[in-house]
Design a protein around this ligand. Structure first.
Ligand SMILES: [Zn+2]
Length: 100
């Protein structure tokens, strides 16, 4: 009977621990995301809302210098689903994009 109490007590203790760990991991992930995307206008639709003239027939252009040559890099690696788009000519950070 004693070991049942032990298991039950352990499970009860694990619930708040898992909850707090989850909260911390979420906060760390959120901070990392904010850090990486710092300086970028936002996602593509946000960028185009703020810089409506940047949507052209030939594609999206840089709001600062007007260049159509943009670089699209993965945040951590080449295949990262979080893409950071900046200007190829003046290096201005433009927008980020999350691909699936
Ligand atoms: Zn530019």
């Amino acid at each position: 009977m004693d070991y049942l109490n032990l298991i039950f007590g352990g499970a009860l203790l694990a619930i708040p621990v898992i909850f707090i760990m989850n909260l911390l991991i979420n906060r760390m992930t959120n901070m990392a995301f904010k850090d990486i995307t710092k300086g970028f206008v936002g996602e593509l639709d946000e960028y185009l809302t703020q810089h409506q003239s940047c949507k052209t027939e030939k594609g999206i252009k840089c709001f600062k210098c007007g260049s159509l040559s943009l670089k699209n890099l993965g945040a951590h690696s080449r295949h990262d689903t979080l893409r950071l788009v900046s200007c190829n000519s003046c290096s201005t950070k433009l927008f980020y994009n999350i691909t699936e």
